[in-house]
Ligand binder design. Structure first.
Ligand code: PLP
Length: 321
């Protein structure tokens, strides 16, 4: 493994001049190594942040001005809208739009999600590229294994690296991958000045996670594909959303009570939030998102357990629906 360097300072050279690394808020070797690896995977310049939400905050504050409006994919990660709302008192506005169609005019940034969490729609990247505003694609759930948004003319890729990239539910981390060097330099300067810098330990866990990213995500995709097929044939399941890539599925039961009974009845699948880890997790999203999602919607993130064992567990729980 690459070394884990937890230093916050490095000595100046024999002439008293700082080298590349001198204070870790600006740049540090383990973070830089993880950024280089992720940059290769996404085909751009990667910068790490303490969380996905920290990456979102840094990117919009660095790019936009008071009074600017973001067009946010409707049905995208609930917390992204919450972050934008928290920035409203500094003059940030956002409107939601259907990312499978043409984005609205008169906005200064497009924010897409591939696939959206938990509705699992894929964005129309061509329609976004034809728009005048810069394009951000939150590609947390697709990962570079299935999508490299910069190759589709996106300007920035955003990742909650907490999910598939690190992959083991033990690191909180975010990333922005920039297409242009100048934009990456600006964001790096903003990051140093505002102190939204990632630490060495989660960066090292990201380096380790990236070594198995492809094999994990392909296996999670195979498992999710099998689970989605079973769910589509199940009498108690109304709607199944699965885009055909990645490990994330959402499906609807009759109501909130049925969803609560099922999520608390599994033994192998853990009733917990988040996604993208080696452990399968499932939860009702209504508890967090309210009426934005159907009361009976369950979100399931397939892990690396045996697919048949997962279906047996889920099928037994669905008896309680
Ligand atoms: N983007 C997506 C699609 C997410 O699912 C999440 C977290 O659930 C985030 C961003 C925010 O990431 P973090 O929890 O690392 O701040």
């Amino acid at each position: 493994m690459e070394p884990l360097d937890r230093s916050t300072i490095w000595p100046y050279d024999e002439h008293g001049e700082p080298g590349r690394f001198y204070y870790s808020r600006y740049d540090s070797p383990t973070v830089a190594e993880a950024e280089a690896r992720l940059g290769q995977l996404d085909g751009g310049h990667a910068l790490l942040f303490p969380s996905g939400s920290g990456a979102t905050t840094a990117l919009v504050l660095a790019l936009l001005h008071p009074g600017d409006t973001i067009a946010l994919a409707e049905g995208a990660y609930y917390g992204t809208g919450v972050t934008f709302q928290a920035l409203a008192k500094w003059g940030l506005r956002y409107v939601e739009f259907d990312q499978t169609g043409t984005p609205p005019e008169g906005v200064q940034l497009l924010w897409l999600e591939a696939p959206s969490n938990p509705f699992l729609t894929m964005p129309d990247l061509e329609a976004a590229a034809a728009h005048a505003a810069p394009v951000v694609v939150d590609s947390t759930a697709a990962t570079p294994v299935y999508l490299r948004p910069l190759e589709h003319h996106a300007d920035f890729v955003l990742h909650s690296a907490t999910k598939y990239l690190a992959g083991h539910d033990d690191a909180l981390l975010g990333a922005v991958v920039c297409r242009e060097t100048a934009a990456a330099d600006e964001l790096r300067t903003f990051r140093s000045r505002t102190g939204i810098s990632a630490a060495a330990d989660p960066a090292w866990l990201l380096l380790r996670g990236l070594k198995t990213l492809e094999v994990r995500v392909r296996r999670q995709t195979a498992t999710a594909t099998a689970l989605a097929e079973h769910l589509r044939r199940h009498a108690k399941v109304q709607t199944v959303r699965y885009p055909g890539l990645g490990g994330l599925i959402s499906f609807d039961l009759a109501d909130g009570e049925a969803a609560r009974r099922v999520e608390t009845s599994t033994r192998l699948i853990v009733n917990a939030t988040s996604l993208g880890g080696v452990t399968s997790v499932m939860e009702s999203r209504h508890r967090w998102e309210g009426d934005r999602v159907p009361t009976g919607l369950l979100r399931l993130s397939a892990g690396l357990e045996d697919a048949d064992a997962l279906w047996r567990d889920l099928a037994a729980a669905l008896e309680q629906a």
